[in-house]
Design a protein around this ligand. Structure first.
Ligand code: URA
Length: 449
């Protein structure tokens, strides 16, 4: 087979065969296909799309680029959650220990920062010593011992996603339905789970801004999961504003620790409890969502979820000292307070703008070899619906490199959309989708679905 012909075929909008897709993925992973050729193919896929069959073949080729983890020897349900990418989304760090404390096994393969959207791995690695590169035997051992392990793609587990993920970020080919689907589902299927809950984001800070696109993404993800024997459901949720109050790696981990100590913000906890309750439902641990939310609230309030997080951090080599006491974290960042230039209400805090601003402060990589400043980021002081007076602080910006703060106050101010009247409440969770269709989430919570 000839890589140029395969690139040409996709460039011209034709359907690739399963063999062609497998060939190109294998060639790329073993180093025989250059980055520039894969970049050209990714751009062709971005522009031309892929059929459902091509997406399924791509997912399979990516899974087969490494090993598929066999967890059948570990008793009990194995359930995971994945988000399609957002700003301030630290849900996984709260959810994995919380759900493990409720009795499920959570084998989680996560991703890094992608464009303006943060990555769970980077947030976990902000904890000094935390190792996200466990070998498969250690991953399985930790899972069997404490019910949760959080790692990234490696040279042996979905190596194709590891390489393509970084290249997509560098070539602006992130927002592609088949590429997002294959990236997420290859990791999730390779990790050996029985069931999966997806948080499909829509709105300003999501990769798929409009609802119809997000719904289609959810349908693709569910179909690929079910086709591979993984029971898959999705919640479509709002990503118009950042989740919680923090954006940036250590700041987000610190907020996740607060959530585990029962001091989490309402929006973040609503999404976390809802996704967690769905995981319990898929594992047949509960019959009604309300029951699951109650159980999970108990896990947080009793400290069981926090203790589970400590176990995860300890087993993965992280310093538990900063988990017990986040104030001990080496904080070398300079800060800048951004103040309101008028009175009014916050109509919206633009998630995309805030995400991009946090990256520019050092919270993300511009080039794939860049080092991350774990302390860089933003703490919002005001969000949707809050009343603000002129001169009040809207946000605090942090960066270790002081020069990165220059000129950023105005940029931040532009992310705050103000109104003179109090804006109506915003909806956080829209619908639930599974292989049988779709239903408003509210109905499910009220026991009508
Ligand atoms: N999360 C992933 O793992 N991959 C994507 O492409 C987007 C979100």
């Amino acid at each position: 087979m000839n890589p140029r012909q395969i690139i040409e075929k996709k460039r011209d909008g034709l359907e690739l065969t399963g063999e062609e897709i497998k060939y190109i993925i294998d060639e790329y992973v073993c180093g025989s296909l250059a980055d520039y050729q894969m970049a050209a193919l990714l751009m062709a896929i971005y522009l031309r799309g892929m059929t459902f069959d091509e997406t399924a073949w791509l997912t399979n080729a990516m899974i087969e680029s490494g090993e598929r983890i066999d967890l059948t020897a570990i008793p009990g349900p194995k359930v995971d959650k994945h988000s399609t990418g957002g700003v301030g989304d630290k849900v996984s760090i709260v959810l994995a220990p919380m759900v493990a404390a409720a009795g499920l096994n959570v084998p989680m393969i996560s991703g890094r920062q992608l464009a303006h959207s943060g990555g769970t791995l980077d947030k976990l690695e902000a904890i000094p010593g935390f190792n996200t590169r466990l070998t498969v035997p250690v991953f399985k051992q930790n899972l069997a011992q404490i019910g949760a392990a959080l790692i990234g793609q490696t040279d042996t587990i979905v190596p194709a996603d590891k390489k393509i993920y970084a290249l997509r970020d560098a070539t602006s080919t992130v927002k592609s339905l088949p590429l997002v689907t294959a990236s997420i589902m290859s990791k999730k299927i390779a990790e050996g789970i029985d069931s999966l809950v997806l948080d499909v984001k829509t709105g300003r800070g999501a990769f798929f801004n409009c609802y119809a696109e997000a719904k289609q993404l959810a349908e693709y993800l569910i179909a690929i999961g079910e086709h591979n024997g993984v029971k898959t459901v999705a919640l479509v949720t709002s990503m118009d504003e950042p989740l919680g109050y923090t954006v940036g790696n250590w700041l987000e981990t610190k907020e996740a620790i607060a959530c585990l100590k029962n001091q989490g913000p309402a929006d973040l906890m609503q999404i976390t409890y809802s996704l967690g309750a769905l995981m319990l439902m898929l594992a047949n641990k509960i019959e009604r969502i309300e029951e699951g939310i109650h159980l999970l609230k108990t896990c947080i309030a009793s400290g069981a979820a926090f203790d589970k997080f400590l176990e995860i951090v300890r087993l993965q080599g992280g310093e538990t000292r900063v988990i017990h006491n986040p104030e001990l974290y080496p904080d070398e960042a300079h800060s800048l307070a951004v103040k309101s230039d008028r009175d009014g209400y916050i109509a919206r805090v633009d998630a995309l703008g805030i995400g991009q601003l946090a990256m520019s402060l050092g919270a993300g990589r511009i080039k794939k070899e860049d080092a991350i400043d774990y302390t860089a980021g933003i703490i919002l002081q005001k969000k949707h619906g809050d009343r603000v007076q002129r001169g009040e602080i809207l946000a605090l910006l942090y960066a270790r490199d002081r020069t990165k703060l220059a000129g950023k106050a105005d940029e931040c101010l532009r992310c705050f959309e103000m109104s003179t009247a109090k804006p109506p409440d915003s909806q956080l969770i829209y619908d639930i989708l599974d292989k049988n269709g779709m239903m408003p989430w509210e109905k499910v919570v009220n026991g009508e679905g």
